[in-house]
Design a protein around this ligand. Structure first.
Ligand code: FES
Length: 105
């Protein structure tokens, strides 16, 4: 029997102020999938680009850093801002995170 406990963080999703437990180390996309918030076809292969775009309104520093590749993909999306991330590229850290799903997602 194992006593390994995977740390979780509070993942708040807007609109709706829904709060889920999400495992640290998951991508934001996987956490949102498990919560039933996002469904997705490209599995992070970056072929879908804007379908996993979210705004991280709180806890941004807890996520993995944005890579140049992610920034280049974000540049191709209409409506991105300073809080934009691709959910498939952002890995959850150890602090609570709040995301806003764009209304066109
Ligand atoms: S899941 Fe396809 S680009 Fe993020």
């Amino acid at each position: 029997m194992s006593d390994i406990t995977i740390p979780t963080i509070a993942l708040t999703v807007q609109p709706g102020d829904r709060v889920f437990d999400a495992e640290s180390g998951l991508t934001l996309l996987e956490a949102l999938r498990r919560a039933g918030v996002l469904t997705h076809a490209c599995d992070g292969g970056a072929g879908c680009t804007d379908a996993c775009h979210v705004f991280v309104t709180e806890g941004r520093k807890s996520l993995s850093k944005t890579t140049r590749e992610e920034n280049e993909r974000l540049d191709a999306i209409v409506g991105v801002g300073a809080k934009s991330r691709l959910a498939c590229r952002a890995v959850l850290g150890d602090q609570p995170v709040t995301v806003e799903i764009p209304s066109f997602a």
